[in-house]
Design a protein around this ligand. Structure first.
Ligand SMILES: [Zn+2]
Length: 137
């Protein structure tokens, strides 16, 4: 299939694009606050003005989680509706970097940002955010 033809098909047929990764869930039986330096949170992608809202949690290990500190998984999602702006860019043959930049401008969260929300909610640990996602993905 010619590239132009497939771009046209993608632009017309796709309504939503999602990606998912599974992170480990902090064990609720042995979770306790973990003191992560503010600078480390900022380097991981937390906005400086939001850093005080983060009370990180980690599991210390118990019989329920086999001393791993984790029990179960949590889905980390990236969701991008096929915005009209993106549809037009696909049709015009825009490259991945251009589409990514525009989708961020339109408010699509990165995998890392989604993982940081799970950290903020105390669902997963800082270690797990760094393990599952990279700074700019
Ligand atoms: Zn536990």
């Amino acid at each position: 299939m010619k590239p132009q033809k497939s771009a046209s098909l993608v632009a017309s047929a796709v309504n939503l694009i999602t990606a998912q990764r599974l992170g480990r869930r902090v064990c609720s039986e042995c979770k306790e606050p973990e003191d992560i330096p503010k600078q480390a949170l900022i380097e991981a992608g937390v906005a400086p003005e939001e850093v005080d809202q983060y009370v990180c949690q980690r599991g210390t290990g118990c019989s329920v989680c086999n001393d791993t500190g984790y029990k179960g998984r949590v889905g980390i999602y990236q969701v991008m509706p096929m915005f009209e702006e993106i549809r037009e860019m696909v049709l015009a043959g825009a490259n991945t970097a251009e589409i990514k930049r525009e989708s961020m401008r339109l408010g699509v969260k990165t995998m890392r940002q989604s993982a940081l929300l799970k950290l903020k909610e105390g669902v997963t640990s800082f270690e797990e955010v760094l393990r599952c996602t990279v700074a700019d993905d």
